[in-house]
Design a protein around this ligand. Structure first.
Ligand code: TPP
Ligand code: MG
Length: 252
C-alpha cells in the first residue's frame, strides 16, 4: 500500500513538518488511502488549507493542485474554486483553530448553503503551530499556553454545529481508529453536497506536554480513552469535555 500511495506524493518533498507522535501524518496517509479506494483522479481534485500544522497535510505533499491560503479562509477559497470549477472534487484540510475559530463563520455558512465541498478538520484540541494556545475545541479544564490553570470554557461540538448548520454528511473519527476514519473520509468525498469529518489527532508536543501526557503513547492512549467507551452511542445522548462520540451523524 505504501508503494501505491507513492504516486500521490510529490517526490521533491523530502521532510515532514510534523513533530514526533503528531497525528496529522496518520491523517495524511488515511486521506490518500481513501482517495486510492475511491479510484479518484488527482487531476480532478483540489486541496485547500488555511494556516497551521494541519494545513501542511495537503500542501506541499500531495501531487495535485493545492491552495495554501490565509488563516481561517480555506473554506472561502474552496467555495470560490468550486463555483468556477463545478466538476472538481474540492477538499478542505485544515486545523480546528483555523476552521472553527477565525474560520468559524465560513464553515457554518458553507454548510448552510450546502456548498459541495468536503471539509476535513484535524482537531488536536489546541492551536498547535503557534505554541499551544487554547482553541474553541480545547476541553474544559485542559491546560494550554493561554489557560495555565485550566480552560474555563466548554468546547464546540463541531459535528453537532455543522450538522445543525445544514451539513449533509457529518462524521467524527480519530486517527487512533484508522479504518473507521478512512471510511468516513471516503463517504464524505463521495457525498455530492457539504460534508464534514472531524478528526481527533493527538498533539503530544503542545497539548500533551501541558496535560501530563508527556509521551507519545500517553497522548494516543488518552485520545483512545476519550473516544473508546462512547463509540457507537447516539451523539445526542452524551457529550462532555472528556468524552467524545465517534461515528457518522447523518439523518436517514
Ligand atoms: C490572521 C491570522 N491570525 C493569526 C495567525 C496565527 N496563527 C497561525 S496558525 C494558528 C492556529 C492554528 O491552529 P490549528 O488550525 O488548530 O492548527 P494546528 O497547528 O493545531 O494543526 C494561528 C493562530 C495567522 N497566521 N493569521
Ligand atoms: Mg489545532
Amino acid at each position: 500500500m505504501a508503494r501505491a500511495l507513492h504516486k500521490y506524493l510529490r517526490d521533491e518533498v523530502k521532510s515532514t513538518p510534523f513533530c514526533p507522535g503528531c497525528g496529522h501524518g496518520i491523517l495524511l496517509g488515511l486521506i490518500l488511502r481513501a482517495i486510492e479506494g475511491l479510484d479518484l483522479d488527482m487531476k480532478r481534485m483540489l486541496f485547500v488549507s488555511g494556516i497551521g500544522c494541519a494545513a501542511w497535510i495537503p500542501s506541499p505533499n500531495f501531487r495535485a493542485d493545492t491552495l495554501h491560503t490565509l488563516h481561517g479562509r480555506a473554506v472561502a477559497f474552496a467555495t470560490g474554486a468550486k463555483l468556477v470549477n463545478p466538476d472538481l472534487h474540492v477538499v478542505v484540510i485544515s486545523g480546528d483553530g483555523d476552521l472553527s475559530s477565525i474560520g468559524g463563520n465560513h464553515l457554518i455558512h458553507a454548510a448552510r448553503r450546502n456548498i459541495d465541498l468536503t471539509v476535513i478538520c484535524a482537531n488536536n484540541m489546541v492551536y498547535g503551530m503557534t505554541g499551544g494556545q487554547v482553541a474553541p475545541t480545547t476541553p474544559t479544564g485542559a491546560l494550554s499556553a493561554t489557560t495555565p490553570v485550566g480552560n474555563p470554557f466548554r468546547p464546540f461540538d463541531l459535528t453537532r454545529l455543522v450538522k445543525a448548520a445544514g451539513g449533509a454528511y457529518v462524521a467524527r473519527g480519530s486517527v487512533t481508529r484508522p479504518y473507521d476514519l478512512m471510511g468516513y473520509i471516503a463517504r464524505a468525498i463521495e457525498t455530492p453536497a457539504f460534508s464534514f469529518v472531524e478528526v481527533l489527532s493527538p498533539c503530544p508536543t503542545q497539548f500533551g506536554r501541558r496535560n501530563r501526557l508527556d509521551s507519545v503513547p500517553d497522548a494516543f492512549d488518552h485520545l483512545n480513552r476519550m473516544c473508546g467507551s462512547w463509540a457507537g452511542l447516539d451523539p445526542e445522548t452524551v457529550l462532555d469535555a472528556d468524552h467524545l462520540v465517534l461515528g457518522e451523524f447523518t439523518d436517514g
